[in-house]
Design a protein around this ligand. Sequence first.
Ligand SMILES: C[S@@+](CC[C@H](N)C(=O)[O-])C[C@H]1O[C@@H](n2cnc3c(N)ncnc32)[C@H](O)[C@@H]1O
Length: 355
Amino acid sequence: MNDFTEAIPEQDAPSQDRITSRYICTANHGFAPYAQEELRRLFGAVKSTLLLPGEVFLATLEAEPQEVSRKLGLHPPVFLRHIQPVDFQDTGGLPALERLAVYLSRRPELEGERVSLQVRKGTSSFWEDSPGELREWLQARLESLDAEFTVQDPARVISVYADGEALYAGISRPEDNLSSWNGGMIRFRKEDGQISRAKFKLMEAEKEFGIPFSSFRNALDIGASPGGWTSFLLERGLKVTAVDPALMHESLRSHPGLKILRKNAGEVKFRENEFDLLVCDMSWSPKLMAKLVTGLLYSLSPGGTAVVTVKLMHKKPMAVIKEIIAMFEGERMQIQRAKQLFHNRDEITLYMIKY
Ligand SMILES: C[S@@+](CC[C@H](N)C(=O)[O-])C[C@H]1O[C@@H](n2cnc3c(N)ncnc32)[C@H](O)[C@@H]1O
């Protein structure tokens, strides 16, 4: 569960001799201040320096790494997309990179492990070539290390951030980074004939929240046009009822598993418990969206799942999210996760189950 519906944990008074740890933290563009606020709520005072305005910052937290992982696991953040430890910091330049290679090749926790080497650059960096080339350069220097470099299921991640005239690096377990993807940037290949980029949001929700979409049978898609989400659900073998006054993409119109209702969501009626999945990706004010969707929740069977995007509309995001969550919770919806996915722009995604 996220922190929006919970009491903010109490903080001890800051002290000079408290253990601190440092991280490079990443949020979607423009949302770093909210990620900083989430960290403040969990760890008290956060000393932070912006590395990429609105997006990436270096934070010093008053907790040791195990405590940071534990608290982030208990209170998954909405806006903090990725966090990587800084165990090594140096000036930029080749000598610093050589020192980093020596440091890494002596790390016992990497010995005999499957290791992913993730490299990012700031907008300006002493390393002028691509991050991929820096990764190759570094990996070649780590030949003496008895480790298997891989992107699949690593046991450890080496995260490197080359920014301006500084070099930061750290080693962690992938689950401690909030995302096993480099910087939390989960990428999907655009398919031929893909109807909309919106489809990536549902694909990411499937991976991020572990939603077993193929296990559902009958889905309601509200605000479905042009049909990216609908096409994803049809591919997972579901029957779909798509509601939208706008046209669905022509490639979907004669699909046998699809019923299209060219209507406003406020005008449609269904049988009770008709669906076991409800999704909604409506470009609408969040309160009106929540009113329309909660008005249709009678058609979602108990135990059914809902995935809904909440547009933040440049308002106070924390307050908007709290209000929308309260509206759903008042209608027998249990919030599983609220998260700004990498593919969410000015919105977050709510994953809920009806009880
Ligand atoms: C961002 S698009 C949805 C994209 C879609 N999820 C996809 O994957 O292609 C938002 C859609 O919500 C629809 N919409 C907005 N208000 C609506 C309402 N009251 N009832 C039904 N659909 C609505 C719009 O017509 C628009 O097609």
